[in-house]
Design a protein around this ligand. Structure first.
Ligand SMILES: C[S@@+](CC[C@H](N)C(=O)[O-])C[C@H]1O[C@@H](n2cnc3c(N)ncnc32)[C@H](O)[C@@H]1O
Length: 430
């Protein structure tokens, strides 16, 4: 069930009246500090995230985001008139409780100042449905904050007279509690205390969108504020209003999400020549590299373990694809590693591979396994292996290990590889 049609059209017409002046009269709309908090988690997402500004109205949140982060935007709102002023991405007329989007379509969903108007449970369920499980939803909502007791009732009354369709003003703890009860993990939560200043006349009429009788009620309310409201900073002086407002900015995602880092295998190719042990190192230059800033950096052949590939199968494939080398055998730097490969009742466990984790943009992205493989050159393929790889003797490798421009995933391996080479040489000569 979504909002009944009477309420939908009431909401739409209330915001239709406000639309044209919304951007100018809404004191908090451009609050940089608030918007900074709304976007704090965005850089943790994949690059170029697809974002939804839910109940986005004139698209101010989307605009702030699009101006500062490479991101794609959809702005969804019940009010066609509010949306007509949106200039960002795609505008979609929609009820937040019944969104016309597929499951897991968005990396990021922002909902600023809409929760008081909407069916909270349905809207949260829809936010959880349309966001990717590894994404973020951020709710920014005016809350009671410092208004307590008589001041809280007074503030709630002010809010309701100004916005008759607003159903509730919550506390931050209340909002978080409801989110958790609806199956979300609250990832971060801050309460921002702001005081907005505005000429009383402007505030009362809100560009003519507040009817005269409501304006009178508001004038009466602000003429006689409870002491507790004044104690938190509410003030009217010389026709200027100072209105303390607290925002809860809460980031969340449906609970149960466990980040799944992908598995990467890095291969250290070695071969024995008449002059001794050599190791193969390449320059990162594969076409289509996602990170142009590391083009030309020192790296080992490596790549993702795909599907149900074993670590060795992936290592063989990567070293053939990237370096034109064929694995003759894998070498375990310690004999103990071999002992640590066990098969028991159909379950194989392998341990003691050297490994490392890679965290980027605040998230665990890769678990990287390092294998050493004795290799042969494959017949030169017609293909275009262009990784500028070459073989180094162990002495030469000592210089490579000091390189400054190294692909970060391989940085910790550089000195380990020196040790591994010494172990292999010692083993050979013993
Ligand atoms: C106070 S405005 C906030 C607009 C925008 N989020 C911002 O921060 O500038 C509330 C918005 O919620 C929209 N709205 C209210 N109920 C809605 C619903 N059920 N579904 C979608 N949008 C809704 C209104 O049309 C209005 O644009």
């Amino acid at each position: 069930m979504n909002l009944n049609s009477a309420r939908r059209s009431e909401l739409a017409s209330q915001f239709a009246v406000r639309a044209s002046a919304y951007v100018n009269y809404t004191t908090w709309a451009h609050d940089e500090r608030l918007l900074t908090e709304v976007f704090r988690v965005l850089p943790q997402l994949r690059e170029g995230p697809l974002c939804l500004d839910l109940g986005g109205g004139t698209g101010m949140v989307a605009k702030y985001g699009a101006d500062r982060y490479p991101s794609e935007w959809v702005v969804a709102d019940l009010s066609r008139d509010m949306l007509s002023l949106n200039t960002i991405g795609q505008s979609v007329v929609a009820d937040s409780g019944a969104l016309p989007f597929k499951d897991a379509s968005f990396d990021y969903v922002a909902a600023r100042s809409i929760m008081g108007y909407v069916d909270f449970d349905l809207t949260l369920a829809e936010m959880g449905r349309v966001m990717r499980p590894d994404g973020f939803s951020v709710v920014a909502e005016k809350v009671l904050g410092d208004y307590e007791g008589a001041a809280a009732s007074w503030y709630e009354r002010v809010q309701r007279v100004r916005n008759p369709l607003k159903m509730r003003v919550e506390t931050t703890a209340g909002l978080q509690g409801q989110m958790r009860a609806l199956g979300f993990d609250v990832l971060s939560c801050i309460e921002l205390r702001r005081t907005y200043h505005q000429p009383v006349k402007e505030w009362l009429s809100r560009s003519g969108s507040i009817p005269p009788e409501a304006q009178q009620k508001l004038a009466d309310l602000i003429a006689d504020p409870p002491e507790a409201a004044q104690a938190v900073g509410f003030d009217v002086q010389s026709g200027q209003l100072a209105m303390p407002i607290s925002w809860a900015v809460i980031s969340m995602r449906p609970s149960g999400f466990r980040p799944q880092p992908s598995l990467v295998v890095s291969v250290v190719p070695v071969k024995w020549t008449v002059d001794g042990l050599c190791v193969y190192v390449q320059e990162r230059r594969a076409s289509g590299v996602k990170e142009p800033e590391f083009f030309g950096s020192v790296e080992f052949p490596q790549g993702h373990v795909e599907g149900v590939e074993s670590i060795e199968a992936a290592a063989s494939r990567e070293v053939a694809e990237e370096a034109g080398l064929q694995v003759r055998r894998f070498i375990y730097p310690s004999e103990r590693v071999r002992d640590a490969i066990r098969e028991e009742r159909g379950i194989t466990t392998e341990s003691l591979y050297p490994w490392q984790v890679v965290i980027t943009r605040g998230r665990l992205r890769f678990l990287s396994i390092v294998v050493v493989a004795e290799v042969d050159e494959l017949p030169k393929s017609e293909g275009s292996i262009d990784n500028r790889g070459r073989w180094y003797s162990t002495e030469e490798y000592a210089e490579v290990a000091k390189a400054t421009f190294v692909y970060p995933l391989n940085r910790p391996m550089l000195s380990h590889v020196s040790n591994i080479l010494h172990i292999l040489e010692a083993r050979k000569s013993s």
